[in-house]
Design a protein around this ligand. Structure first.
Ligand code: FES
Length: 78
């Protein structure tokens, strides 16, 4: 079971879980904050809309295209 950190909170998920699914399981489902201050969440689930951008271990990634790994640090806030 991958154990990751979502905005500093520990979260365990089953193998094969995407970061987008982890956002829904361990948080409010949102991935980032827009320039106007609105929280944004995954929409298409297939790498097109870019709404699911998160920071994973210091790098910007698409949550819907990224599988959870043990020890991963996922940040949704700047
Ligand atoms: S949900 Fe659209 S790119 Fe990830």
């Amino acid at each position: 079971m991958p154990d990751l950190y979502l905005d500093g909170r520990p979260l365990s998920v089953v193998p094969g879980t995407t970061v987008a699914a982890a956002l829904a399981l361990g948080g409010d489902g949102s991935a980032r904050t827009s320039v106007s201050g609105q929280r944004r969440a995954p929409l298409c689930g297939m790498g097109i809309c870019q709404e699911c951008r998160v920071t994973v271990d210091g790098l910007r990634r698409l949550a819907c295209q990224t599988l959870c790994r043990d020890g991963m640090q996922v940040e949704t806030r700047p």
